[in-house]
Design a protein around this ligand. Structure first.
Ligand SMILES: NC(=O)c1ccc[n+]([C@@H]2O[C@H](COP(=O)([O-])OP(=O)(O)OC[C@H]3O[C@@H](n4cnc5c(N)ncnc54)[C@H](O)[C@@H]3O)[C@@H](O)[C@H]2O)c1
Length: 355
């Protein structure tokens, strides 16, 4: 495929499905990009679409998303609707010849993920899954430090998704839909799972436990812990709680044989602990006789849509490979669904990645 810049000679046109809080973050991300512009927005709540269009100076708005798909000046669709709609809308957009940035989680089932991957392959249109934690400055720095060998060889990784959702079932209560269940381990926990997969690779086995002590009216457990085995003999743990009483956190810890990193997407610092070495620079805080720590300031941007959309735009302009493509999104979903299965069956589950 030739680069899109030379193909169209204009900015990439974006159409955004939904006018939700998250969709507005996507609008900001597109508007910050000099190669892209929002052409139209859509929400079944037309008054909401109109309000958001007015706020962000978007010319056109619709209630029916297929109107976006008919427009020749729209190259890319962002799907930011309830998770239950991701597969249907993504496939329709790909088949209409659009590239797609689909919000996480990719879809509710592996079958849906496979259909989305097939649609992208069949149409030759690119599919990116919005695993936005990879763009959180603290997590991106942690990944770089680990890849640079700063903490040596990993032996244990953990991440938690602790987010009080008691007042946020979603417009129309989609987060607690008893018919098309959207488990919080998939919905929000996919952030923590994706972060560990990005850092430590694909886990191959999981054992999980869950309970529901807070959100009694929800159709699913509200707290889950999952213990996993990763490649290279690394072990790991994810905790997901959507009823907990604390500020939103994704506190994550990466233990290597030469150091430890503690980082969060809601904290202004990343801390790295290392063995004391001779010739210390004085930058380090003493922890004890053997261990020193250094705090790196990081920006708090848990929804860094600016860098996420920049990456997608660059990929489209240069016809590059998508990093968080359908297979990546599906792999994260597969781990999440295996965690749910393990907790509900009281059995360890081997995780399959055959998409
Ligand atoms: N990346 C992140 O950190 C993050 C954070 C929050 C939400 N999300 C994801 O973003 C998506 C949206 O979540 P939210 O919290 O903004 O949802 P929300 O419940 O606040 O809003 C959903 C919107 O979708 C609209 N909608 C529903 N059906 C539609 C249809 N058929 N056509 C057009 N519009 C329709 C609703 O009217 C509503 O405005 C979800 O997939 C969610 O998992 C991601």
């Amino acid at each position: 495929m030739r680069s899109m810049k030379s193909e169209t000679g204009r900015k990439l046109g974006f159409g955004i499905i939904s006018a939700s809080y998250m969709a507005m973050d996507h609008v900001r991300g597109v508007k910050a990009n000099k190669h892209a512009e929002v052409k139209a927005i859509c929400d079944i709540d037309l008054a909401k679409a109109e309000r958001v269009a007015a706020e962000f100076f978007i010319q056109d708005y619709y209630a029916d998303y297929t109107e976006l798909l008919k427009r020749d000046d729209i190259d890319v669709i962002i799907v930011s609707t309830p998770d239950q709609l991701h597969a249907e809308m993504t496939i329709a957009a790909l088949e209409a010849g659009k590239h797609v940035l689909c919000e996480k989680p990719m879809a509710l089932t592996i079958e849906e993920c496979k259909q989305m991957i097939d649609a992208s392959e069949r149409t030759g249109k690119k599919l990116m899954v919005g695993q936005i934690c990879r763009y959180a400055p603290g997590f991106a720095l942690a990944k770089k430090l680990i890849d640079d060998g700063e903490i040596g060889e990993l032996f244990y990784v953990e991440s938690e998704y602790a987010h009080d959702y008691s007042e946020a079932p979603g417009v129309g209560n989609w987060r607690i839909d008893p018919v098309r269940l959207r488990h919080p381990v998939l919905g929000g926990g996919c952030h923590a799972v994706d972060l560990l997969r990005w850092i430590a690779g694909n886990p191959y086995e999981v054992t999980a436990y869950a309970n529901r002590k807070v959100l009694q009216s929800w159709p699913v457990d509200d707290c889950t812990i999952a213990i996993m085995r990763f490649p290279q003999d690394v072990i790991g743990k994810v905790m997901v709680s959507v009823g907990c009483k604390r500020a939103y956190t994704m506190r994550s810890v990466f233990y290597g044989n030469q150091g430890t990193i503690i980082v969060d997407n809601t904290s202004p610092t990343l801390t790295i602990y290392k063995d004391r070495i001779s010739g210390d620079t004085g930058l380090f805080n003493d922890v004890n006789d053997q261990t020193i720590s250094i705090s790196h300031p990081v920006n708090i941007r848990s929804h860094n849509t600016i860098d996420e959309i920049k990456e997608f735009v660059d990929i489209l302009l240069n016809d590059d490979q998508v990093r968080t493509d359908g297979v990546e999104g599906a792999s994260t979903a597969a781990v999440c669904l295996a965690i749910v299965e393990s907790a509900s069956t009281n059995q360890s589950v081997r995780i399959q990645y055959d998409f």
